[in-house]
Design a protein around this ligand. Sequence first.
Ligand code: MG
Length: 158
Amino acid sequence: MIRTGMGYDVHRLVAGRPLVLGGVTIPFERGEDGHSDGDALLHAITDALLGASGQGDIGELFPPNDERWRDANSAGLLKSAWLKIAAAGWNIENIDCVVALERPKFLPWRPAVRKSIAETLGIGIDQVFVKAKTGERMGPVGTGDAVEVWAVCLISRQ
Ligand code: MG
């Protein structure tokens, strides 16, 4: 049996917060606003996997009004969601993502980000890909006020 899932996330970029994408902290003068560490890439992946397996969504598992998740490490949240999905017999075939970010340049960080996601999920680096786009200076991404992420996944089980 195979299933696909999709996830989306957007976070405001503000001064005084770290920019964390895929579990990697990227040096920059702004970072994601949010209750957890704001890692929009891991949030989109978490939702894609949860959706594919029909096991809810990230807001349901880790409610943003719950103090337990304040400044939470999103890699920990993803891992905990994935363990729940894997317990139902699912394997990951692949994950593919698009990050829309005006600045800083994401591509130099891609190898580290793919490795970080693969390690969190216990899969191969070749099973995770991340593409980068800018907002072409249009909209909240284009003005540098937001980061947007889309993620899709394919999961399978016997
Ligand atoms: Mg989020």
